[in-house]
Design a protein around this ligand. Structure first.
Ligand SMILES: Cc1ncc(COP(=O)(O)O)c(C=O)c1O
Length: 449
């Protein structure tokens, strides 16, 4: 005897309980996803506030109340999401002056922000000093004169943490590994002693900590533990290296499942590191992006048609690589699920899910088993909250997608679909403007100079 499926179930492939099936239809918390697509159009990013808060709470529980949680703004820099993570108790991990501008635009405090970035420009340093951020993560000695000069102008020493490159294999995709010797990030431990001495000798700089970030999408505790061990060995090499140090910023990189397995055991990472950090009096700083927002977002796309070519079968959809770069850039595989209930008699077949962009690399999935679709059917690409919208572009003169935030039963449009007029405005203004000699390096804004 057939058993009726439950009226409410977790959505297959989703990494957060916020995505459910009710009588087969996809819901985000208390809101049905098809209704959102009808109201706001497609492609459409949908975020769950509950899913984001739940992950922040998990990281807080793992690392404790005294840890400093810094949301990695690059993962998803939507202003409304930044406000939400601030309300949930996070500071921010910045990698550009533009991200600092976002905090200012969102009306958020900047004193809990840390600023990494492998090639910081002077205007960015000036802006962050003016905003008195918590500390800079120094990635190379060439930053020191600019940081020192900014401190002198401000009349107070600039707090810096030294980003060490511990040469640890994070066991992740080559494009998102950052802690190996051949990666451009941080200062090699062999040269770090000189940099610590240079900081100590400068009255306008104050060494407050050490930083590592090994890469993204990590699933093991080992790299985090190994990196801390190498930093401790370095610090123990000379008492001067520990002077004034009160933070250990272990970076982000906490991996998620993408429908294939569990996320990183963050509590296990914390358990491995906290005893050492406590014994040295170092406050943990963590900078997760993907782990917090990745599973909180989906991309809803509408089917345009099907096409067969030789042995290949293509499902043509209205979202493309400009909306979601990750499959093309990192060979990332995101779960894709139908939004509406699938009739029991629909057959399943393997398709390449491709968008309208004129690139062979424009695909959302390859050889993916999906129920046969008809034009107008909706699909949801899961786990796209991180490095989805924030990496989107206008390539092929496509408007960036709208974004909505669901909070329980409440829905808020947090980014309207881009308009063509908005997209062309700077070009049209450029045509009529006199040559101002704007070299692009000097950015008016927070750091006006
Ligand atoms: C310095 C730094 N911190 C944190 C992150 C966030 O990484 P993830 O989103 O994997 O947690 C990144 C990502 O590249 C980074 O470069």
């Amino acid at each position: 005897m057939a058993i009726d499926p439950p009226a409410r179930a977790t959505c297959e492939g989703a990494g957060s309980p916020s995505w459910t099936r009710r009588d087969g239809a996809l819901w985000c918390d208390e809101v049905d996803v098809a209704g959102l697509a009808a109201r706001f159009g497609t492609p459409l990013y949908v975020y769950s506030a509950a899913a984001l808060r739940q992950r922040i709470a998990a990281v807080r529980a793992a690392f404790g109340d005294d840890a400093h949680l810094c949301y990695a703004v690059k993962a998803n820099s939507n202003l409304s999401l930044l406000r939400l993570v601030h309300e949930a108790g996070c500071g921010f991990d910045l990698v550009s002056g533009g991200e600092l501008e976002r905090l200012v635009a969102a009306g958020l405090p900047t004193d809990g922000a840390v600023f990494a970035g492998v090639a910081k420009q002077e205007w960015e340093i000036d802006a962050a000093v003016a905003k008195d951020i918590l500390f800079f993560n120094v990635e190379s000695p060439h930053e020191l004169p600019s940081l020192s000069a900014a401190g002198r102008r401000a009349g107070r020493p600039v707090r810096v943490a030294l980003r060490l490159n511990p040469d640890v294999d994070a066991g992740t995709h080559a494009y998102i590994s950052t802690g190996k010797q051949h990666n451009k990030f941080g200062v090699a431990i062999g040269r770090a002693g000189e940099v610590v001495s240079a900081i100590a000798a400068d009255p306008w700089l104050e060494l407050v900590g050490y930083h590592v970030h090994l890469g993204s999408q990590l699933h093991q505790v080992r790299p985090y533990a190994e990196a801390l061990q190498r930093v401790c060995d370095f610090v123990d090499g000379d008492p001067a290296r520990a002077r004034g140090v009160r933070y250990y910023d272990l970076g982000g990189g906490f991996g998620i499942g993408y429908g294939k397995g569990p996320e990183l055991d963050v509590a296990a990472v914390a358990a491995a590191l906290l005893p050492t950090l406590r014994s040295r009096g170092w406050t943990p700083v963590v900078e997760p992006g993907r782990f917090l927002i990745g599973d909180a977002g989906i991309l809803v796309t509408a089917v345009l048609g099907e096409k067969s070519q030789g042995a290949a079968e293509f499902l043509l959809v209205d979202a493309a690589m400009n909306d979601l770069m990750r499959p093309a850039l990192y060979q990332a595989e995101h779960p894709i699920v139908p939004v509406a209930p699938v009739p029991a008699d629909r057959s399943t077949h393997a398709v390449d899910v491709v968008g309208p962009v004129c690139e062979t690399g424009d695909f959302l999935a390859r050889g993916r088993a999906l129920p046969r679709c008809r034009p107008g059917d909706l699909l949801a690409v899961l786990a796209v909250g991180a490095y989805g919208a924030s990496m989107a572009s206008n390539y092929n003169t496509r408007r960036r997608a709208a974004e909505v935030l669901v909070d329980g039963a409440a829905v808020r449009l947090v980014r309207r679909r881009e308009t063509f007029a908005g997209m062309f405005a700077d070009e049209l203004a450029g045509e009529s403007a006199p040559d101002t000699g704007d070299a692009g390096g000097r950015e008016p804004g927070t750091g006006e100079r």
